[in-house]
Design a protein around this ligand. Structure first.
Ligand SMILES: CCCCCCCCCC(=O)SCCNC(=O)CCNC(=O)[C@H](O)C(C)(C)COP(=O)(O)OP(=O)(O)OC[C@H]1O[C@@H](n2cnc3c(N)ncnc32)[C@H](O)[C@@H]1OP(=O)(O)O
Length: 249
C-alpha cells in the first residue's frame, strides 16, 4: 500500500477520474496553463498529495473568464433569463488527516475551502490578492464524513467597487449527490430557500463572505505561493497541538 493510500487519500488516478467526471458533466474548464492558477496546477496537486494534505484542485474559472466560459450560471427563475455570474468551483477530497472533534471533517478545513472558493470568485486574475476576507460566516449543516469528495460552488452576488467591497456566497456539497443533480448553477432564490432544497444535493455547509480590496498590496506573492494557500491552511490544521484541559494533575 503506498503512502497516500495509508493516509486514506485517493490515488492520483482516482482523483483525476473524479475531477474529469465533474469537468465533463458540468463543462468546467481549466484555467489556461499560463494563468495564475493554471500554471501551477500540476505542481500544486502533487504537492498536496505528497504532503498528504488531501487537497485541492481548483477546477475554477475566475470572474473575467466566466464571461467567455460561463461555468456558473444562475438558473432562470422563470422571470429573468439565466445569466452567468463570476464564480469558482473547488473540488476537494477531505481525508482522515482533517478529522475534527466531531469525528467528521474539521470545521476549520471546511471554512478554508469555502473561504478560498469565494476568494477565487472574487479576485480577478489580474489582481489575485487584491481582495481579502474581512468577514466569513459559515453555517455547518451536516457532519462531513472523513474520506468525502466535496465540491464548493461559489459566486459573487454584489460588488461595491467604490467602497472596495465584494460580497460572495459558497456552498459545500457532497460530490456524489451533486452528480445526481442536473446543473451546478445557482438558484436566484435566497440561500435560505435553497437550504430547503438541501436534500437534493446534500448540503454540508454554506458561507457568506465580505471581501475588501486592500488599499495597497502588502505583498506580492508568486503564483505557486498564492495557489497553495489552502494547502498551507490545511497543513496548519494538521499540525496544531492539542492539549487536554485541565492539565493532568
Ligand atoms: C486567485 C487566487 C485566489 C486566492 C483566494 C484566497 C482566498 C483566501 C482569502 C483570505 O483568507 S485573506 C486572509 C484573511 N484576511 C485578512 O487577513 C484580512 C486582514 N484585514 C485587513 O487586511 C483589513 O482589515 C481589510 C483590508 C479587510 C480592511 O481594512 P481597511 O483599512 O482597508 O478597511 P476600511 O476600514 O477602510 O473599511 C473599508 C470598508 O470595509 C468595511 N469593513 C472592513 N473590514 C470589515 C470587517 N471585518 N467587517 C465588516 N466590514 C468591514 C468597512 O466598514 C468599510 O465599509 P464602508 O465603506 O461601507 O464604511
Amino acid at each position: 500500500m503506498d503512502a497516500g493510500r495509508e493516509e486514506g487519500l485517493p490515488t492520483p488516478e482516482v482523483w483525476s477520474s473524479f475531477v474529469r467526471r465533474l469537468e465533463e458533466r458540468y463543462g468546467l474548464c481549466e484555467v489556461p496553463r499560463s494563468s495564475l492558477l493554471g500554471s501551477c496546477r500540476p505542481d500544486f496537486l502533487s504537492h498536496a498529495l505528497q504532503k498528504r494534505v488531501a487537497f485541492l484542485l481548483p477546477s475554477a474559472v475566475l470572474g473575467e473568464l466566466a464571461t467567455t466560459h460561463p461555468i456558473v450560471s444562475i438558473a432562470s427563475d422563470g422571470e429573468s433569463p439565466a445569466v452567468a455570474v463570476p464564480g469558482a468551483v473547488i473540488a476537494a477530497y477531505v481525508g482522515r488527516s482533517l478529522q475534527g472533534p466531531s469525528g467528521g471533517v474539521h470545521g476549520g478545513a471546511i471554512a478554508s475551502i469555502l473561504d478560498a472558493s469565494i476568494g477565487m470568485a472574487t479576485n480577478p486574475r489580474s489582481d489575485p490578492d487584491g481582495y481579502v476576507t474581512a468577514q466569513l460566516v459559515v453555517n455547518y449543516r451536516r457532519i462531513v464524513p472523513l474520506g468525502s469528495y466535496v465540491v464548493a460552488i461559489a459566486y459573487v452576488h454584489d460588488r461595491e467597487p467604490a467602497r472596495r467591497k465584494c460580497y460572495g456566497m459558497s456552498r459545500l456539497v457532497d460530490a456524489g449527490a451533486l452528480a445526481r443533480t442536473p446543473s451546478i448553477g445557482f438558484s436566484r432564490k435566497p440561500l435560505e430557500a435553497a437550504r430547503r432544497d438541501a436534500t437534493r444535493e446534500r448540503l454540508y455547509a454554506d458561507a457568506t463572505a465580505l471581501f475588501v480590496r486592500q488599499r495597497a498590496r502588502r505583498s506580492v506573492g508568486d503564483a505557486e505561493a498564492s495557489s497553495q494557500v489552502l494547502a498551507h491552511a490545511t497543513q496548519k490544521i494538521r499540525t496544531v497541538r492539542v492539549w487536554n484541559w485541565p492539565a493532568a494533575l
